[in-house]
Design a binder for this molecule. Structure first.
Ligand code: ADP
Length: 276
């Protein structure tokens, strides 16, 4: 590689870092939503937290960096909405008056290609994605990453200074075991953990209102205590969440029960936790 080429690459990198810093300076709070396993409700939580805060009058962004299984756009009924450009920047898709959404997968012409993306290529794409989306001023940005501790959460943790982790689990032992790895990962990359959220915590019977602990209960709180991180709260299994997800509408906007389920957690995000 020639000296000129190396210098050009370095200049490009510095310019990108500058763009990232400028973008991030306009976002007050950044949360990376993580889980040890797939299917525990990480994207559902990301979508509902974002929608609930937008509903309360905050300006909110939702960024989906999951190339393989992006679901947030679908959960908001925005599938197929084009991502527009403004100069060199990508414009996120508006959802209601105060929420903006962007998914990396929406930018790929052929989604199947994502499957063969290797680490360095993926890291470069995510970094570019962070630097080039024009969010504007935001109170909160939620980043939905794939489960585990792979390239996507690692890139976000390294590039997004000030991001904090929210870890979603079910009360089942298999899921709890994996979130210990997520917490260790956050410590290794110096990303503060806002707390653990226990999803699918008991099934509320739609007929009698009674609670059935389908995947057990209380494991999230216990793990939080054992690992020395805050516990954010529990969301029960609700058939309405499945329906609203499939209809492309966040549960918190459809139902008072949804608002109630998330209200304690939202309060902790607004008033509690580590300051950046
Ligand atoms: P992940 O992002 O962890 O892979 P998702 O958010 O895609 O998980 O959720 C997986 C499925 O579980 C979805 O069909 C979603 O509607 C459903 N789900 C998530 N949380 C709940 C809940 N609390 N009650 C009922 N269904 C839920």
């Amino acid at each position: 590689m020639s000296d000129t080429h190396t210098r050009d690459r370095e200049k490009e990198r510095q310019e990108q870092d500058k763009r990232i810093a400028e973008q991030l300076a306009r976002i007050k709070h950044k949360f990376l939503i993580m889980s040890g396993k797939g299917g525990v409700g990480k994207s559902t939580v990301a979508v509902n937290l974002a929608a609930a805060l937008a509903d309360q009058g905050y300006s909110v962004g939702l960024m989906d960096v999951d190339l393989h299984g992006p679901s947030t756009v679908k959960m908001l009924g925005l599938e197929g909405e084009p991502v527009k450009m403004s100069g060199q920047h990508l414009l996120p898709i508006p959802y209601g008056e105060r929420m903006k959404v962007v998914s990396m997968a929406a930018l790929l012409e052929d989604r199947d290609m994502a499957v063969i993306w290797r680490g360095p290529l993926k890291i470069g794409a995510i970094k570019q994605f962070i630097s080039d989306v024009l969010w504007g001023e935001l109170d909160y940005l939620f980043i939905d990453s794939p489960p585990g501790t792979g390239d996507e959460p690692l890139t976000v943790a390294q590039v997004m200074q000030g991001a904090r982790g929210i870890i979603v689990t079910t009360p089942q032992e298999v899921s709890l075991l994996d979130i210990r790895k997520s917490i260790t990962f956050c410590r290794q990359v110096n990303m503060p953990v806002v707390g653990i959220l226990e999803n699918m915590s008991g099934l509320i019977c739609p007929h009698c209102g009674g609670k059935i602990d389908l995947f057990s209960s209380g494991g999230g709180e216990r793990t939080a205590r054992e690992m020395g991180v805050p516990f954010l709260g529990k969301i029960p299994i609700r058939p309405e969440i499945v329906i609203s997800t499939d209809q492309g509408q966040p549960y918190v906007l459809l139902d008072d029960k949804g608002k109630e389920d998330f209200s304690g957690i939202i309060d902790k995000l607004i008033h509690g936790g580590t300051k950046e």
